[in-house]
Write a protein that binds this ligand. Sequence first.
Ligand code: HEM
Length: 131
Amino acid sequence: AREAHLRSILETVPEAMVVIDQEGKIASFSPAAEKLFGYTTDQVRGRNVSMLMPPPDRDNHDLYLSRYLATGRRHIIGYGRIVTGLKKDGTRFPMELAVGETVTRGQRIFTGFIRDLTSRHKMEEELRQAQ
Ligand code: HEM
């Protein structure tokens, strides 16, 4: 029942949500994330979250994670950051990323909330050009 409740929340949250384990493997992927990135949950579950970003972060994300686990020094958790995401069709897009950390059943998991900034950036660009 608890899981069904959680699922119903995830289905209505407009923000894309991605949950990973401490190795960076995707454990859950919300409907909004499916729509944004163009992958179904089945296509991403168990794969490395780095598949959702272009290089150089794609090649470094495992290092970011292991460095955080070793040092406890946070760069995104608690602060958020604007980064570049990568869709299944190869499109890169600006996204605001917020990451939270939780421990469930002795396992550390990270929850990422993603806001697509594409239209905001387009509007800002149009405003600049109109000046
Ligand atoms: C760290 C990029 C998605 C979890 C980082 C850092 C970068 C980054 C640049 C290191 C920052 C630094 O050391 O200065 C990205 C990009 C993403 C993405 C481009 C695009 C899809 C995610 C998602 C999650 C996540 C979806 C969680 C579900 C983490 C964690 C750290 C980290 C746990 C280490 C802790 C921290 O630095 O606070 N990421 N990330 N990332 N990322 Fe990601």
